[in-house]
Design a protein around this ligand. Structure first.
Ligand code: SF4
Length: 464
């Protein structure tokens, strides 16, 4: 599968009609379907069995701690300055790394590594070095250019020396949480960082040869207007990060306590949010960024755009990725793994996570073994999310099924979306149009067998 990156067309009427809540499909089935009937023994069995494939590994390491609370945040994090608490967690993480590594053949190289949080860069130099030493002792980390080792960076927690250290430790990709440069917005969300500081970190990252730097922005934050966000975009475009992720702020104060610090009256109206998004897409397109899919933009020479053009783009728990053919080992509280046909998730509670490891057990809390139907649907959703296209004839041949018969109900449910211009349907292919590209998840939802059972839509964020 390969697709040339096509433009994205902003259609306000369609966005209003189809931009409701829905899963982000970083996996199918989504984590909502994981169950506690999947236990540690199931995980160990799948890990052992996966060695026969010899596939490379991808490691996700979760560091849940942050120095201060950003009011908009919906992540699994712990705001603390208690260094003993962090040290206890790192001790358990070391133990998990050791126990997990015993399940996998040492010959399986780690091609992809991602440190997420929380704030991984809240760890001090000694702690970060110690963690990387543990990973090196336990796994065979790829040394060559083919590795994709990334870390989420809070610009407030690093300086130029820290960026050099990350490079020495083997990281070659950075993801910087920017959100918005406007001082009034920054005060309202309790996250203050200057353009100059970010600029100087980016300069050091380029000097050190980081292969890709990504910025995260959020629209829909308090006090944002089209004009204010335009100023943030001007600063960002001038710095020219390789990738940009533009997230929609979902205000759910009943679920996320910190969001109660944000007053409803400070938030931009739904209409202003749409105008900000529209303006952002126009400005990024004019600046030469290509829309990869969902919330992601990248420069034409970035690996994500190249992967999309040559058919190797994947969607996984980190969003879009160029390394699809790996088994994913989740390390740390709440971390998700994907090994062979099984998904697993560690306990999200650091207390329980530490207690389970203290008792000599892996902290696997729940998971799921995917069935044949799940695998078919996952392939479809993957193709639509990565390439805006599904070749039904090729799919039928590859999977030895009659697509039109097997998915007759779904094809019927696509007809109104076709009528509204989100996609084109012919005898062989489903092709998402430039108007449908911003509404990928609404189209993918048609193929989600579990969604009808999901009563509480508020658990998902809005597409737009
Ligand atoms: S946005 Fe990042 S730094 Fe801020 S509280 Fe959430 S995880 Fe921590």
């Amino acid at each position: 599968m390969a697709a040339k990156t096509s433009p994205v067309c902003f259609d306000e009427e369609l966005i209003t009609r189809y931009g409701g809540r829905g899963p982000r499909y970083t996996s199918y089935p989504t984590a909502m379907q994981f169950s506690e009937s999947f236990a540690v023994d199931d995980y160990c069995q799948h890990a052992h069995d996966s060695n026969a494939s010899g596939k490379p590994l991808s490691l996700y390491v979760h560091i849940p701690f942050c120095n201060t609370l950003c009011y908009y945040c919906a992540c699994n994090k712990i705001v603390t300055r208690n260094t003993a608490r962090i040290q206890t967690y790192l001790h358990s993480l070391d133990e998990e790394i050791r126990q997990q590594s015993e399940l996998f053949d040492r010959g399986r190289v780690v091609r992809q590594l991602h440190f997420g949080g929380g704030t991984p860069t809240y760890l001090g130099e000694k702690q970060l070095c110690g963690l990387m030493d543990s990973l090196h002792d336990a796994f065979s980390l790829e040394q060559g250019d083919d590795r994709e080792f990334s870390i989420e960076v809070d610009p407030r927690s690093v300086d130029q020396e820290s960026i050099s250290l990350l490079s020495q430790l083997g990281f070659n990709r950075l993801s910087l949480g920017i959100q918005d440069f406007d001082p009034r917005v920054q005060i309202a969300v309790n996250r203050i960082q200057s353009v100059d500081d970010v600029q100087s970190l980016l300069g050091r990252a380029r000097e050190k040869g980081f292969r890709s730097v990504s910025f995260d922005l959020i629209y829909g934050l308090p006090h944002q207007t089209v004009e204010s966000f335009d100023r943030t975009l001007s600063s960002v475009i001038e710095m020219r990060p390789d990738r940009l992720a533009i997230y929609n702020y979902a205000h759910l104060p009943q679920r996320f306590k910190g969001q109660r610090m944000i007053k409803d009256s400070q938030l931009p109206s739904p209409q202003v949010k749409l105008e900000i998004l529209h303006h952002t897409i126009d400005r990024l397109s004019d600046a030469g960024y290509e829309y990869v899919g969902m919330d992601h933009f990248a420069l034409p020479d970035d690996d994500l755009v190249i992967a999309r053009n040559n058919g190797t783009l994947q969607r996984n728990f980190q969003g879009y990725s160029t390394h699809g053919n790996c088994d994913l080992v989740g390390l740390g509280a709440s971390a998700i793994g994907s090994i062979g046909n099984a998904y697993s998730q560690n306990s999200p509670s650091t207390i329980e996570y530490e207690a389970m490891l203290g008792a000599g057990r892996l902290p696997v809390k729940r998971g799921l073994v995917v069935n044949h139907d799940d695998r078919l649907r996952a392939q479809i959703i993957q193709a639509l999310m990565c390439y805006d296209e599904l070749n039904m004839a090729a799919f039928s041949e590859r999977n030895d099924i009659d697509f039109c018969h097997y998915f007759a109900d779904e094809l019927r449910r696509l007809i109104p979306l076709e009528r509204h211009g989100l996609l084109e349907l012919d005898a062989d292919r489903i092709v998402i149009t430039s108007k449908g590209r911003l509404l990928l998840r609404s189209i993918a939802m048609v193929f989600d067998r579990y969604l009808a059972k999901e009563q509480d839509g508020s658990r998902f964020s809005k597409a737009i």
